[in-house]
Design a protein around this ligand. Structure first.
Ligand code: ZN
Length: 63
């Protein structure tokens, strides 16, 4: 039996994916961009956390 894990956007709570927990474990450490709000979610311990690297999105800040 698979134990499904529903992962929602940290920012807007939209469902990003619904996967068996074993598969979600393999995605540990990956970042997913939300289709609804473009927020980058970082997968850690089967939970989405705010990406520590999200500031890299704002390239203009470095110019
Ligand atoms: Zn979102």
């Amino acid at each position: 039996m698979f134990n499904f894990k529903t992962l929602k956007c940290h920012h807007c709570s939209a469902v990003i994916f619904n996967l068996p927990e074993a598969l979600a474990n393999k995605l540990e450490g990956h970042a997913f961009v939300c289709d609804c709000c473009n927020h980058t979610n970082f997968l850690s311990n089967l939970m989405f956390i705010k990406s520590a690297a999200c500031h890299t999105t704002y390239l203009f800040d470095t110019l």
